[in-house]
Design a protein around this ligand. Structure first.
Ligand code: C5P
Length: 328
């Protein structure tokens, strides 16, 4: 019962985190910045540090705030098990690659095409869950995943007012590069998520220790990325140039995202994570309409939103009669 509570708690926190992150990012874009813009590569490194720090605190709490226990668990699990630790370099490296691919995609595609195509990750995640974890999905569940994908695609379909005529349409060549980058990112997102789920569910080790291992590699890869892309600017004005309260909020929400995704993968699964993020896309769009008034929902949006909600219920419908041990 406690695990069912944790499952829904982690899924709800993910909806809250994704919604707040989207809204804060939108809000930060409407703000007039008067200094240099913060470096995205530095934000990635800072978010990794925040994640590691929080996970260390959570492990500390798990061991009744004993410094000795914390010290010994970190030594035993991280330093003395280099092979286990190295296993986490795989999802971490793939996530780093994925974050860069999405950057390539966004530079070559318009935001709507990017977001709509990226929803294919719902299907790649299901395919990897079936092939790597042996999960069995019924006909209704496959159908609900297709409906979910179509629904999110419609929700993110650009409205006519959002099309900016002055912006040049991307060339066929860059469209190809962009779509290829998103398709590879869909595969990497599905694979890395399911690989991390496999590691978590195959061992009894605390999810927070696993996240420290993942974060350590994320930090190293991120640091290399920052020095390679923005080394010159970091030497000139430091890695915290352009940081303001909104930047810190975005970075903290991103770090929280990593922690919540880990909890969702542990207590629920990667497929349910897709439903939670899809619902939060609808929620953030509606809040943005009522609060920021920067969005005009169209009929297509409502059809998409209804499809996402129908898909969510349909997925749970067949999930109950055939209990699946890995979904507990
Ligand atoms: O698009 P997708 O759902 O694959 O994105 C997952 C994101 O969550 C990645 O940016 C990855 O860096 C992050 N993540 C994390 N910690 C985890 C799992 C994923 O920070 N344990």
């Amino acid at each position: 019962m406690a695990s069912t509570r944790l499952k829904y708690l982690s899924l709800s926190v993910l909806v809250f985190q994704t919604t707040s992150l989207v809204l804060t990012m939108r809000y930060s874009r409407t703000l007039q910045a008067d200094g240099p813009r913060y470096l995205a590569s530095s934000a990635v490194v800072v978010a990794e540090v925040m994640k590691i720090f929080t996970c260390v605190l959570l492990v500390f709490k798990e061991h009744s705030y004993s410094m000795r226990a914390l010290n010994s668990i970190l030594r035993q699990e991280i330093l003395h098990k280099p092979v286990e630790t190295l296993k986490l370099a795989i999802p971490s490296g793939i996530y780093t690659l994925q974050n860069n691919l999405l950057y390539v995609a966004l530079s070559n595609l318009d935001a709507a095409t990017y977001q709509v195509t990226y929803q294919l990750k719902i299907l790649t995640t299901a395919l990897f869950s079936v092939s790597m974890l042996g999960r069995r999905l019924g006909v209704y569940q496959w159908l609900s995943l297709l409906i979910l994908m179509a629904g999110v695609a419609l929700v993110q379909w650009p409205s006519e007012s959002a099309v900016t005529p002055e912006k040049e349409a991307p060339s066929a060549g860059s469209q190809f590069v962009g779509v290829t980058a998103v398709l590879v990112a869909c595969c990497s997102s599905g694979f890395a998520g399911v690989y991390f789920e496999k590691i978590l569910k195959e061992s009894k080790q605390s999810v927070w220790v696993r996240n420290i291992q993942l974060g350590m590699f994320g930090f190293v890869f991120g640091l290399f990325g920052m020095l390679a892309y923005d080394g010159e600017r970091v030497r000139e004005s430091g890695m915290f140039q352009g940081y303001n309260t909104v930047t810190w909020t975005v970075v903290a929400l991103q770090a929280l995202g990593g922690l919540v995704i880990a909890a969702v993968i542990k207590y629920a699964d990667n497929i349910l994570k897709g439903f939670a993020t899809s619902l939060s896309i609808i929620l953030s769009t509606l809040i943005s309409y009522f609060w920021l008034q920067d969005f005009d929902p169209t009929g297509v949006f409502f059809v998409g939103a209804i499809l996402v909600i129908v898909a969510t219920f349909l997925y749970g419908y067949e999930g109950k009669p055939t209990p699946n041990p890995s979904r507990a």
